[in-house]
Design a protein. Sequence first.
Length: 135
Amino acid sequence: EDEKVLRYLVASIGANLVKRCDGVEAAMPVIRATCPAVVICDSDLTDGNWKVVLGTCEALPKPPIVVVTSRQADENLWAEVLNLGGYDVLLKPFDRTEVTRVVSSSCRYWSAATPAHRQPAMSEQSAATLRQQFA
C-alpha cells in the first residue's frame, strides 16, 4: 500500500519511480543502470539497511540523493541520516505535502550539485564492510 501511495504522490509532481527493489543486492544494479536523481529507501531492507545503500550510492560518479523512509522515524534516525550524508527522512504513512517537498527539493539539489560539492557519506571500503555485515 505504501508503495502505491508513494508512486501516486511522486507522479503527481511530474517524477516517476523507476522500480521497487526488495533489497540492496536487487537495488544496486538498477541504480547503476538508471542513474536516478533520488533513491527512496526504507530504513530496513531484507539484506541490509539504508546505510549500505547510501554508502554504495556515494561511490557512483554522480551519486543520487538518498531519502530514507520509516514507520518509526524519530529524531535519532533523522539525525543519523543527515550526519551520514542522506537527504531526509519520510515518515510512513506518507503525507502528500511532505513527499512533494522532499522529492522536489532533493531533485533540485541533485540537478544543481556536482559530486565535489557533496561530502561522501562513507568510503567504498566502509560501504563494503557494511554490505558484508548484512550479507
